[in-house]
Design a protein. Structure first.
Length: 549
């Protein structure tokens, strides 16, 4: 799967020579899961043993991390370790269980690399939350006073093309872990909200430097792989390498360096950088006030601290939209319409029994450009799209059917769980209610095209970058329809919306009944299907379901 030497830097330490097959049946199944996980990550694991680990005094200049020194917990309190729950259960040792790093993003969320927590690479599925624990509160993996926290949910940024490794297409090597209980550790600062100390400002520095932190291997042998794993957290300064120089290096091994990457390492000199066990941890720069700003996430490299290949990190600023969703309840409606007799009612319900739900309704035109809500909803107030819904309460936003024709998509964000529906009312035809759209990479919906009934399909790009969507028409037997294929570009935040016959103008759709499949080239989409006739009551929504190949 990977070219020789090319690795993601997330790897468990080699376990003690205990046969997992001699364990209980339940542990056996966990072992099988862990073996699969390791194969999926396809990582090179060195033959280090705990006896080889020797720590240096804090502040020593003895080369460690690769090429660094011990990092004090008080300097990096936001850095956490990811532990394999199976190893932790069997060996009762966080040192042996630690396989990746992460940072505290908020009291409820941990930021890490997607490849650390991908369980099924072919389907890009995250591991079950119970498979991962979080080590916090200490820089020492042997510290018995440290906290070990449970994970309640795992979210990965699903842009890696199905069937390709995160190294081959690392555009989406970022993930969020929701903690079962909040932590009181201070959160890390992220790059994109800060002007001082930002990555762009580094371009004015003739010798830009960053700092990487982790519990990973402190040495790497080309034949033996990584070794000498640390029990104490380590840090090292690494020079930022321009993306064009980084791309020239990785082009020799067939790996694409993307705008969503940051590269860092000592080109021609080597000797400093991240290694196995450091994945998911931060690359940081100074905030100019004795603090740190995280600009990236440790992702992959060719060997460790290689003089010819800098380490590659996920650029956090490329994923602002994904990160800003943290802690929010978000409903996506791929279609709304108003004017010329059409009215859309956004009906929201607060599902909480104790908390008020506060948020807003955001409206976008077909190109993803925001539309002022006060110009759409007849209330006309400056905060027309903002809401506060009491516990178990409801609220409705209605468009003006007498206004000029307007179509697009709607996103609802709230600080507490809500549910919602758009109720379409079309004069002379009837009313249809459409729930919020589930996010998926690929969806399928039923479709008809007859003399009196037509299916319309709206697909919204919920990502902050342009994508292509591939559409395929199939008959009722699941067979492809001649000329029933189309590829359309969809701008960031934009959407396409047409009747089936308009998507496939060359296909013979006389009395057609079947399905339409939509696949995104990367990222996620939201979709809605509506069936429209010419007479009263011939207006209804259709199911749109996520599919996995």
């Amino acid at each position: 799967m990977y070219k020789k030497g090319l690795i993601n830097f997330g790897s468990p330490k080699p376990p003690n020579p205990i046969s997992r097959l001699a364990a209980t049946e339940s542990v056996r199944s966990l072992a099988a899961r862990f073996i699969l996980w390791s194969c999926v990550l396809a990582l090179t694991v060195g033959a280090a043993s705990a006896g080889r680990v020797e720590e240096n005094p804090s502040g020593s200049d003895v080369p460690l991390i690769v090429g660094g020194i011990v990092a004090k917990h008080e300097d990096f309190p936001f850095v956490v370790g990811l532990l394999d729950a199976f190893f932790l259960e069997v060996f009762e040792d966080p040192f042996l269980a630690q396989f990746c790093g992460g940072t505290v993003l908020s009291p409820d969320w941990i930021l890490t690399a997607a490849h650390c927590v991908i369980f099924d690479l072919e389907k890009n599925l995250p591991a079950p939350p119970a498979f991962v624990k979080i080590f916090t509160g200490s820089n020492n993996l042997k510290d018995e006073s440290a906290q070990i926290l449970d994970v309640a949910a795992i979210r990965i940024f699903e842009t890696t093309q199905v069937g390709r490794s995160p190294v081959d297409s690392s555009f989406g090597d970022i993930a969020l872990l929701r903690l079962a209980e909040p932590t009181d550790l201070p959160p890390v600062k992220l790059e994109f909200p800060f002007a001082v100390g930002s990555l762009e400002a580094l371009g004015e520095d003739p010798d830009p430097q960053a700092t990487v932190v982790g519990w990973g291997a402190r040495m790497f042998d080309e034949n033996e792989g990584p070794g000498d794993f640390a029990t104490l957290l380590h840090r090292v300064a690494v020079p930022i390498v321009p993306n064009d120089a980084c791309a020239a290096a990785y082009d020799t091994v067939g790996v694409e360096i993307l705008p969503s990457h940051i590269c860092a390492g000592a080109l021609t000199q080597g000797g400093v950088g991240t290694c196995n066990g450091d994945s998911g941890g931060p690359i940081l720069i100074s905030d100019g006030n004795n603090g740190w700003v995280q600009i990236g996430i440790t992702s992959f490299g060719f060997g460790c601290a290689n003089p010819d290949f800098p380490g590659v990190y996920t650029r956090i600023a490329s994923f602002r939209d994904f990160l800003e969703r943290v802690g929010l309840e978000i409903l996506e409606f791929a279609q709304y319409g108003t004017g010329q007799g059409l009215q859309s009612d956004v009906v929201l319900v607060n599902r909480s029994t104790a908390e008020t739900a506060s948020g807003r309704v955001s409206v976008f035109d077909p190109d993803g450009v925001p539309i002022p809500a006060e110009g759409l909803f007849p209330a006309g107030a400056e905060d027309a799209a903002r809401f506060e819904i009491p516990p178990r309460g409801a609220m409705t936003f209605s468009t003006d059917p007498g206004a000029p024709l307007s179509t697009g998509s709607i996103r609802v964000t709230s600080d507490n769980p809500i549910s919602g529906v758009i109720r379409f009312s079309l004069a002379g035809i009837g009313t249809a209610g459409v729930g919020s759209s589930a996010l998926a990479r690929a969806v399928v919906a039923p479709a008809r095209n007859t003399a009196t009934i037509q299916t319309g399909l709206a697909v919204r790009n919920v990502n902050s970058f342009e994508i292509d969507i591939d559409m395929t028409l199939q008959n009722a037997s699941g067979q492809p329809v001649a000329n029933g294929e189309a590829t359309l570009p969809v701008p960031a935040g934009g959407r396409v919306s047409q009747f089936i016959g308009m998507y496939f103008p060359q296909a013979d759709l006389t009395d057609f009944e079947g399905t339409v499949i939509v696949r995104a080239s990367m990222g996620l989409i939201a979709a809605v299907a509506l069936e429209l006739g010419s007479g009263p009551g011939e207006f209804t929504s259709l199911p749109v379901e996520a599919i996995r190949d």
